[in-house]
Design a binder for this molecule. Sequence first.
Ligand code: DSN
Length: 447
Amino acid sequence: MNLYEHIKKEDKEVFDSIEGEQKRQKEGLELIPSENYTSAAVMEAMGSILTNKYSEGYAKKRYYGGQEFIDQIELLAIERAKKLFGVPHANVQPYSGSPANLAVYLATCNPGDTVMGLNLPDGGHLTHGWKVSATAMFYKSVPYHVSEDGRVDIDEIWQLAKEHKPKLIWTGATAYPFVYEYEKFAEIADAVGAFLAADIAHVAGLVVAGAHPSPVAHAHIVSTTTHKTLRGPRGGMIMATAKGLAKDAELGQKIDKAVFPGLQGGPHDHQTAAIAIALKEAATPEFAAYGKQIVANAKALAETLKKNGLKLVANGTENHLLLVDLVPVFGPGGGIFASEALEAAHMTVNKNTIPKDPSSPFYPSGIRLGTPALTTRGMKESDMKKVGEWIARGVHAVASYKLPEAKEARGPYIEKFKADLAANAEIKTIREEVRAFSKTFPLPEEE
Ligand code: DSN
């Protein structure tokens, strides 16, 4: 069946791009650790007639009529989220992770209050108070960091928290190959009277699968996206824990008010339905096995990369993602050579900073990769061995390139590198091997 027959008839330009992307997803290896493939059921909900409806407000308290079925859907999503994560309050309306996190600020802080989060180049997220984000413009951001070994520096967090008395502390990250130490963060937040918000966007699917500790007993608030390891549609959720309601009995209402009318208008009802479906899927034994397989695959991939001469931050991984330290291969700033070479070989990763990066966030010295999407396609540890070998070969195939120190020389050098890449015989060979291999693992929509 052609899933996009109406688009094909009506808008050839958009159709061609979708078709191109579909082919790219099928014939390549998606290794960006925040990406995944949703089920066909989730995609159907995203393409459903629910997109036609406006429903500002919350179930039974809407500003528009015609909400009988929308209320059912939103309540279903809320109840499933509460049950799955073991929390007394859930809001499923945030459009995505960044709006969800902004709502957490609005619910817990006044403008100008002090907040703490992991520094972006150390693996944190923009919305945890990075300087160019609204969260650092409207709040006083005091970032904490990781130590040389890549783990969050708990001693530094203690010292900063005592000195700055933050109203809100974030735990969670986007490029962190360790398990999160929620208890240690809770001790600090409780000692200084701060709200502790756990952003579990990256690990939510692992948490529900029992493949990563849950923050629910330790944090007051849990925020997440729904499209990463949780394998739902793009979207966000905010949950208040029992501990959170014990600290502030109004916390649930404050979160709801922050999302609507504080930050958003009408919820995306098609997205809410898709979230409800994803939460149902995530409650199954198959999903628990999936979450555990993600971590097993990440560990297998780490071992192969190391065996093939690549250095990893943390010397491995405790979750779904890996950070490759490319300084031994390219010197500082070489993430771009690896990410471009791998993309040319049909393996998508992203360039990323490493702890204490000797270069800059724009020219970082590492790449970040992960196994959630490949695991959804059914790959196992033996497949990770092949994938790891292709990655290592791809990186070594361009190991002679070095980022020029002079900034003005970088653009032309990278253009030349890309032109060379197009003619690189080893990259071409890997691409053909990867393409043939990828095509043997169907996308969920094809099953
Ligand atoms: N863009 C997400 C990631 O890749 O980790 C974070 O929001």
